[in-house]
Design a protein around this ligand. Structure first.
Ligand SMILES: [Zn+2]
Length: 326
């Protein structure tokens, strides 16, 4: 329950609880970190703890304030979500008026602004005006993926808390303990979670995720078999899964890494893809050891080129052909 629900951000939780307990809240916070890492959950728990009528530095989950926040109908707690792809000027205008009205039933009035780094400069300037003369009762939490998209004048008036990726081990343990997912699947989900519990849970039960992984294993089999024409048949798979390209490239590098590990240690314990040991063994016996790091380089080079907006199809074709020629 409450702050205890937050996984992997112990220092941040301690910091926030101490601030509430010592009555040292600042007017504005930036919760910065990648998607799915738990920023909004932490903001909600923070809001509940601040306004809880029973407990001092944590939510009780039972008082009228906690219940209202959980039901999203607390009059003194507002969440501003992007309208479409970004936070619109009009939303911030409403916020500007709203924050000037005193809290209705609590000591603090809390605003959580999601994707705050998508605000336009004029919207940010409106926020800045509030931050220059914040009302005593106001607590604003800006949730960002890249806090540097905010004006430096906003950043300097906020307390920035950096939410780092959660360790794979913590994610794995959470999946096993809280969701009853078996050890092997938990390890795979954690490996591909990119340090985000949200992503790990999304991947769980995702057929697409499983299919993409199987497909990459098939492609690597073809690369090792050496049939050039067949290999280019796979380009449509990449086109169809363009938005998941980073995950697909991760499948490749993690697979190659497992091949190296298997050759070096022959210990299955450290493999990410331990459920695919037979395929891994087949691949390692058919590909020379010194070729594997070269293959990893080719994949990482492809990732860089795609990030740099080099033509997607060209990147993929080049990668497939180069991988076969290592
Ligand atoms: Zn409460």
């Amino acid at each position: 329950m409450s702050f205890d629900k937050i996984i992997g951000h112990d220092n941040i939780v301690i910091f926030l609880r101490t601030a509430i307990k010592n009555d040292k809240l600042t007017h504005a916070y930036i919760f910065d970190g990648q998607d799915g890492v738990g920023r909004k959950l932490a903001a909600m728990e923070f809001a509940k703890a601040i306004n809880c009528k029973k407990n001092i530095d944590n939510s009780c989950e039972k008082c009228s304030s906690c219940v209202k926040i959980n039901n999203n109908n607390h009059p003194d707690m507002k969440i501003i979500e992007p309208d479409g792809k970004s936070i619109k000027n009009k939303q911030i205008e409403e916020f500007q008026n709203d924050i000037l009205l005193k809290p209705y039933e609590s000591n603090k009035k809390i605003f959580i602004i999601e994707s705050a780094d998508t605000m336009t400069t004029s919207a940010q300037n409106r926020i800045l005006k509030i931050l220059e003369e914040p009302p005593k009762y106001g607590v604003i939490i800006l949730i960002t993926q890249n806090s540097y998209s905010l004006l430096p004048t906003i950043r300097s008036r906020c307390q920035t808390l950096k939410f780092n990726r959660i360790s794979k081990e913590k994610i794995k343990r959470y999946l096993i303990e809280k969701h009853g997912i078996n050890e092997e699947e938990s390890r795979i989900l954690a490996s591909f979670s990119d340090g985000s519990l949200g992503k790990a849970l999304n991947l769980y039960g995702s057929e697409e995720f499983k299919n993409r992984r199987e497909m990459v294993i098939d492609i690597i089999s073809e690369i090792i078999n050496g049939d050039k024409l067949k290999l280019l048949d796979f380009t449509s798979f990449f086109q169809d899964n363009k938005e998941n390209i980073n995950e697909i490239l991760d499948f490749f590098t993690i697979w190659f890494r497992d091949m190296l590990l298997l050759i070096e240690t022959s210990d299955e314990k450290y493999l990410f893809n331990s459920d695919k040991i037979i395929d891994l063994q087949r691949h390692t016996s058919n590909l020379d050891y010194e070729k594997i790091p070269k293959a990893v380089n080719i994949v990482e080079e492809t990732r860089k080129n795609i990030d740099a907006n080099v033509n997607f199809d060209l990147c993929i074709e080049t990668m497939l052909l180069n991988l076969q020629e290592v």
